[in-house]
Ligand binder design. Structure first.
Ligand code: PDD
Length: 277
């Protein structure tokens, strides 16, 4: 398979970085995961826009113009002859320099993007998944899609060890988001989710759900809900690029809507399927 870098296209095995790479040593970089359905990018422009926003937030210059990067990603897709469901992983770091915390004097970022096959999570989307709750110990810059994912990794591992699909973060008694997803609660026909503050990553799928709600005349309320509200939820679901929209049917020991995916969730899933094609 081919990989795109800031210099050129290379074979996957050919790309190597020095040990002193700021992404490796400091997590000093940002990334994106973009969906590919039937060999075509889904919401690529939105992801690229967010990548540049994340980069700007950490004062990092992406080594391409946006249009140029999009064109290169289209080229990458063609070179890899992608026809199925896949993802492209794209990362930009502050580059390879002798280890020192402060920014290097020179602006020489590293960028790479590669495509990996990834089937849709059909089983989970159909039956729903279980989730656990875990304390949100992350920093206040969660709106940046940064490479610093240790808290997310530890949370997801806790979920995996307890047989759950996702770990839901709470902070000050309120649900923020999942370890790699946004979290929604449906109550009385309204959809509630944490507002897009610095405490969450404003998911591209989350923003799409907001659009679907507008189109379907479902009130979309960006208000954080409390952990106690889960017991009263009619429905819950999560969203992410890799997962799309997945019903949550149990949180810790609490069954949601008797352990079955709900009506509003189903409507939003249908809207998503239509958009994704
Ligand atoms: N994760 N919140 C966090 C912390 C995430 O890592 C993600 C996505 C989301 C959902 O965002 P989006 O809808 O734009 O994918 C929310 C990606 C998929 C990942 O790290 O693999």
């Amino acid at each position: 398979p081919y990989v795109l870098t800031e210099k050129s296209f290379f074979l996957y095995q050919e790309v190597a970085y020095p040990l002193e790479e700021r992404g490796l040593q400091f997590g000093d970089g940002v990334y994106e995961v973009v969906r590919i359905y039937h060999g075509k990018y889904f919401l690529l422009q939105e992801h690229i826009d967010r990548l540049y926003r994340s980069a700007e937030a950490i004062r990092l210059a992406v080594p391409f113009e946006k249009e140029d990067l999009i064109e290169k990603l289209e080229q990458l897709r063609k070179m890899n002859d992608v026809k199925e469901d896949a993802i492209v992983y794209l990362q930009v770091t502050r580059g390879s320099f002798p280890r020192a915390h402060a920014f290097p004097a020179e602006n020489r970022p590293n960028l790479f993007a590669y495509i990996r096959e990834m089937p849709r999570k059909l089983q989970e989307a159909e039956n729903g998944v279980r989730a656990i709750l875990t304390r949100d110990v992350r920093w206040e810059y969660c709106y940046i899609k940064s490479l610093n994912l240790l808290a997310n990794v530890l949370a997801k591992q806790e979920a995996a060890e307890r047989g759950a699909f996702e770990a839901i973060f709470y902070r000050d008694g309120k649900i923020t988001e999942g370890s790699s997803s946004n979290i929604f609660l449906v109550q009385g026909g309204k959809v509630y989710t944490h507002p897009a503050t610095e405490r969450i990553l404003n998911g591209i799928t989350r923003m799409k759900v907001k659009q679907f709600c507008d189109l379907l005349h479902i009130p979309f309320i960006e208000e954080a809900f409390a952990t106690e509200d889960i017991a009263k939820a009619d429905e819950m679901f999560l969203t992410s690029t890799t997962a799309s929209i997945i019903p949550i049917i149990q949180v810790e020991e609490q069954l949601i809507a008797g352990g079955k995916p709900g009506e509003v969730t189903r409507k939003l899933q249908a809207a998503y399927e239509e958009a994704a094609g």
